[in-house]
Each structure stands twice: as structure tokens, then as C-alpha cells.
Design a protein around this ligand. Structure first.
Ligand SMILES: Cc1cc2nc3c(=O)[nH]c(=O)nc-3n(C[C@H](O)[C@H](O)[C@H](O)COP(=O)(O)OP(=O)(O)OC[C@H]3O[C@@H](n4cnc5c(N)ncnc54)[C@H](O)[C@@H]3O)c2cc1C
Length: 552
């Protein structure tokens, strides 16, 4: 797997284009006052970066060479810069400006668990810091070494641990090495008729180990569960040896060690292997589009589906602001498309009484046998109708399914034009959904007003559970002409995060804590919760060699 751009999302040469989307320019002009045609802020050139010299003591360098072979020990400047950070907005802005700070001194790529053990042993005996690196897609500041870190920093890239090792077909369990990227995992499982079913938006550039270490959640989690549900057994190299948990369906062995590793962000050790739950590739997979007259109606329908006997793979409903954005992303329409969409609009207004400005777009996914999918569509259709919803077929869903991995490129596209955009997501009980949505909307508007900027906030429900759901907010604004984009981003991001914890929601449903969300941890899990986490990290890694400073 090739490395992502050192300054942005995705592979070099792959970028978001707006020319084939005629409504996008007018949309951004209206909501942000932004001219898409003008690129105003390109990233600094790599040649102009001031990359600090690696601080790698000779003995440590020799020990790493011996651990993995000199070919897999790199002090190449580009390699070190790529491994310095993840892809949060703060990371992107600073990389583009050339504000590098504490770059890892060396990048090592082990090819086996024994090699991982040898690296950790060398690091501990040389008092060095180890930061595990999966795909580098962290959005929470989980990969950067502290600026004041004086010890050598080793980025351990697990890319070579990429094999599907075995499948226990009768238990539907697969043993997989942790450095495997999403597409390669699906390809290896697919060759034997299985799927993992974990499809985060970052799927193409993230790994199994990274998903586990951040408690990730994929688009189809309503059917497959999130990574915590799917991970059954683990192997983790820790300072006191290799931790092994058995892949049993459940266990009564005291507080769950497996759960402690989930979301540990490299602070407990390096995950080398996991035994995960897989499924047979379904006969049919389809995502249907629906329209609702309001966000409240769409949310109520998703709650009814979650509460019912229905089993769907995706439940997603956008608010009116995000629906407007989705429509602005459409490609140039043919005359037939235009006629059809005009007819639909007229029908919705005249026959269904929709106010088109409040209309909300929704996607519901179905998987299984033909018969199962047909039955589910019918049952869901009744619940949708109860809330004034209307099915608009499989076309929009298929398009959304194809394009979803392109969306992450938009942040770079907007940064090139001087605008900031990022996300904050959370989970809460169904009873708190509306208050949280209202509080976040008010908080973001207050933040935009305080800064004196034109901003845009949009939201969708992205995952449903019996007891609650995940709300995913995206915000964008054009910073003030002389302001600092990071400082202004902090004002908006903090307002949204604070609204989460003040209103009974969590600081993150699936983006982890890292350094970006750490300031809200105590409000979320209470002071004794933080004490327990500190004791866990301190007890496991008293020398603070493993990704120090993350989470707490
Ligand atoms: C545009 C965008 C879209 C995203 N969409 C989603 C989404 O839909 N769902 C979602 O859940 N997340 C999403 N994320 C967040 C990110 O992709 C996830 O956190 C992902 O799980 C990180 O995986 P990674 O392999 O890239 O890990 P990295 O970013 O490399 O690492 C993340 C953390 O895990 C640790 N780590 C990595 N591998 C190991 C290992 N083998 N052992 C121990 N620790 C390890 C690292 O040290 C670090 O602390 C998105 C991020 C971006 C930028």
C-alpha cells in the first residue's frame, strides 16, 4: 500500500474535482462566500520544508537493523514526515504550512510478531518512544509525538503484517494480521467467499490494527456491529510480553482485557493479530434512497426501524442542510434527469405537502438473500411511510455507495481555497437526539458569530442501535482574513464538543480520543474513570514508551 500524501488525504495525484458538478460552485458561494475557481492556499513545497535531523543513537539504530533488517529501517525525510501525524484538520493545516514539530526519528517496518517484540525490546532498553502506525488516517491527533519529547521516537509501521492467516469456517472466525488495509482484507476474504463488512469512510487508507486501536465503526455497523463487536481475539506485544486473548464468544474473566485493548491507541502495546468475526458474502446488497419531509420525521423513522424486528445494514438520514449539500454534489444532469427531478419535486410539494427546503435525504441498506431483502424492504417501507417518507429507488444509494470513499478529499480541496472544514461525531440515547442536535446547532452558530465568519453546519444520523444513535456533524467556514485558521477552528470545534458533553452525549462515537478530544474525557467518563485509565497505562508501561500523551 503506497503512503498517503504528506500534506493531505489519499494518494498523490488523486484529488477532488468540482468541474463536473455545476451546482457546487453556487452552493459554496452562497453558504461560505467562497469562489471555487480560485486556488488561494497551496501547501508548501516539500523541498522548502525544514525537517529536523533524526536523533537516533547509534546503538538503537543497530538494534533496529538487527530486529527487522536494515532494508526496513528508514530515516528517509519523506517517510518520516508522512509518519509524523494523521489526518485531522489541525494536522493538515500544520503540514501544509510546514510546521512540522516533532517528526519521528526513524520508521521501522517489522515483518513478524517476533520482529515487533525485538523492536519494543530495543526501544525500552534505549529509553525510546514507540508509536504504532497503521494507515495514518487518525483524525484525533493519535500519532504525533509530543513537541517536548527528547527521547528517540520510533514510528512502527505495521504495513508488512498484512495476511489473512486462517479461517475457521464453522465459527466464522478469521485470524488476520493487524497491518492489513481495508481493501486488501476484503480481497483476501472475498477469495474464500467471506466479507468482514467493516467499511469506514477511511476504508481505503486504514488498517485492522488502527480500527481496533481507535474503536472504529463502519457504514454497515447496523448489521455487522462496530469493530468492538467484531473483534473476538487479540495478540498484542507489550513491554511485559505478548498478551493473548482467546476468541471465545464471551467470557467471565474479570474486567475485559479485550475491551481494554480496544481503543487503546497504541498505549498498551502493538496489536499484531486479531481473530475477527466474518460472514459469507451476501447474495444481495442494496442501498435504497428515501426522502423525508423533515429531519425529525427521518430520525423518528430510524428509531422505529431500530426498535422493530427489521434487520438493515445501513441507516442514514441527513438534515436539510446536508441534503442541500448532497444535491449540490450531483453531476451534470441530462435533460431526462432534469424532467424526472422536476416531476418528483412537483409531486412532493403538491401531493405530499413537502416544504422542499426542509426535505431530508436518507439511505437504508439491505443485505442477505433475495427473499430476506425483499421482506425487509417491505417492512421498512411501512415504517418509513408512517413518517411521511418516500422511497426514491436504488439509483441514489448506488451512487452514494460508489462515491463515499472520495468524500474525504473535500477537506484538501477546501483548504486549497482558504476554507476550513471538519467533523465532530457523537452518540446518545434516542431521547437525547433532538436536544443534542439543537444544542450543537446553537453552539456552532454562536461560535461562527463570535468569530464574525460565515459558517455552515450540517448533520446526519449515521449508525442506529436499540438504545440510541450516532449523530455526525460537519462544519465549514471561511476564516477571517487576518485570523489564524487553527485558532478559529478550535473555537468552532470546542463549541460543538462542549455541547456534546453538556447534553448527555459522548465526546466521540468512533473517532477516538487522541489529543484532539482528551480535554473532554473527564467530563465524559468522570474523574475516577480517568484515574483508572491512568493506572492501566502506568501499570502496563511504567517507562512511558508507548505512544505517551494520548487519551489521558
Ligand atoms: C476523512 C476521514 C474519514 C474517516 N472516517 C471514519 C469512519 O467512517 N469510521 C471510523 O471509525 N473512523 C474514521 N476515520 C478515522 C480513522 O480512519 C480511524 O480512526 C481508523 O481506525 C484509523 O486506522 P489507521 O489504520 O489509519 O490507524 P492510524 O491512524 O495509523 O493510528 C490510529 C491510532 O491507532 C494506533 N495503532 C494503529 N495501528 C496499531 C496497532 N497495530 N497496534 C496498536 N496501535 C495501533 C496508533 O498508534 C494511533 O494511536 C476517518 C478519518 C478521516 C481522516
Amino acid at each position: 500500500m503506497a503512503a498517503m500524501k504528506w500534506w493531505g488525504w489519499g494518494l498523490p495525484g488523486v484529488e477532488f474535482r468540482h468541474e463536473d458538478k455545476p451546482d457546487l460552485g453556487p452552493f459554496f458561494n452562497d453558504v461560505l462566500g467562497l469562489e471555487l475557481g480560485r486556488v488561494t492556499a497551496a501547501p508548501i513545497r516539500f523541498e522548502d520544508l525544514r525537517i529536523p535531523e533524526p536523533r537516533l543513537p547509534e546503538a538503537l539504530g543497530a538494534a533496529l537493523d538487527q530486529a527487522v533488517g536494515a532494508a526496513f529501517v528508514s530515516v528517509d525525510p519523506l517517510d518520516r514526515v508522512v509518519h509524523a501525524r494523521g489526518k485531522s484538520l489541525r494536522d493538515l493545516i500544520r503540514q501544509r504550512r510546514g510546521e512540522l514539530r516533532r517528526v519521528p526519528d526513524v520508521v521501522v517496518r517489522p515483518g513478524s510478531e517476533d520482529e515487533v517484540t525485538a523492536i519494543l525490546r530495543a526501544a525500552v532498553s534505549s529509553d525510546a518512544v514507540v508509536i504504532p502506525f497503521g494507515g495514518g488516517s487518525s483524525i484525533s491527533g493519535s500519532l504525533e509525538a509530543a513537541v517536548a519529547e527528547t527521547r528517540p521516537v520510533i514510528s512502527v509501521d505495521l504495513v508488512r503484517l498484512d495476511k489473512l492467516l486462517a479461517i475457521d469456517g464453522s465459527s466464522r472466525l478469521a485470524r488476520v494480521q493487524a497491518g492489513v488495509f481495508g481493501p486488501h482484507l476484503e480481497q483476501q476474504l472475498g477469495a474464500q467467499g467471506y466479507t468482514f463488512g467493516h467499511f469506514p469512510d477511511s476504508f481505503t487508507h486504514s488498517t485492522l490494527g488502527g480500527w481496533i486501536a481507535t474503536r472504529s465503526s463502519g457504514m454497515q455497523s447496523d448489521r455487522y456491529g462496530d469493530i468492538a463487536d467484531m473483534t473476538k481475539g487479540l495478540r498484542v506485544v507489550t513491554p511485559s510480553g505478548t498478551l493473548v486473548t482467546r476468541p471465545v464468544p464471551t467470557t467471565s474473566t474479570g474486567p475485559s482485557i479485550r475491551e481494554m485493548v480496544l481503543g487503546s491507541e497504541g498505549r498498551l502495546g502493538l496489536i499484531t493479530e486479531a481473530t475477527v468475526h466474518v460472514r459469507r458474502i451476501p447474495e444481495r446488497r442494496t442501498i435504497l434512497g428515501y426522502l423525508f419531509p423533515s429531519f425529525a420525521g427521518g430520525l423518528a423513522a430510524m428509531r422505529d426501524i431500530a426498535e422493530s424486528e427489521c434487520s438493515v445494514s445501513v441507516t442514514r438520514v441527513s438534515d436539510a442542510h446536508e441534503t442541500r449539500f448532497s444535491f449540490a454534489m450531483r453531476k451534470r444532469a441530462t435533460p431526462v434527469d432534469r424532467l424526472q427531478s422536476m416531476a418528483l419535486r412537483t409531486f412532493l410539494q403538491r401531493r405530499r405537502g413537502y416544504d422542499l427546503r426542509q426535505m431530508c435525504l436518507s439511505f437504508i441498506g439491505y443485505e442477505g438473500t433475495d427473499g430476506h431483502v425483499a421482506g425487509q424492504r417491505k417492512a421498512v417501507g411501512k415504517l418509513v411511510k408512517r413518517h411521511g417518507g418516500l422511497c426514491i429507488g436504488s439509483g441514489p444509494g448506488a451512487l452514494y455507495d460508489q462515491k463515499k470513499f472520495d468524500t474525504p478529499h473535500i477537506r484538501d480541496f477546501l483548504l486549497d481555497r482558504g476554507a476550513a472544514a471538519d467533523v465532530s461525531e457523537t452518540a446518545m440515547p434516542w431521547s437525547r437526539l433532538t436536544p443534542v442536535y439543537a444544542a450543537v446547532t446553537a453552539a456552532a452558530q454562536r461560535a461562527f458569530a463570535e468569530l464574525g465568519v460565515q459558517g455552515y453546519l450540517m448533520c446526519h444520523l449515521s449508525h442506529s442501535y436499540h438504545a440510541g444513535a450516532c449523530l455526525y456533524f460537519t462544519f465549514a467556514f471561511l476564516p477571517t482574513p487576518r485570523g489564524d485558521m487553527i485558532a478559529e477552528y478550535d473555537v468552532v470545534k470546542s463549541a460543538i464538543q462542549q455541547a456534546f458533553v453538556d447534553n448527555g452525549a459522548t465526546l466521540s462515537h468512533h473517532h477516538a480520543v487522541g489529543t484532539e478530544h482528551a480535554q473532554w474525557l473527564e467530563q465524559d467518563i468522570s474523574a475516577p474513570g480517568v484515574v483508572m485509565l491512568e493506572a492501566l497505562f502506568e501499570g502496563t508501561d511504567p517507562g512511558k514508551h508507548l505512544n505517551p500523551g494520548k487519551i489521558v
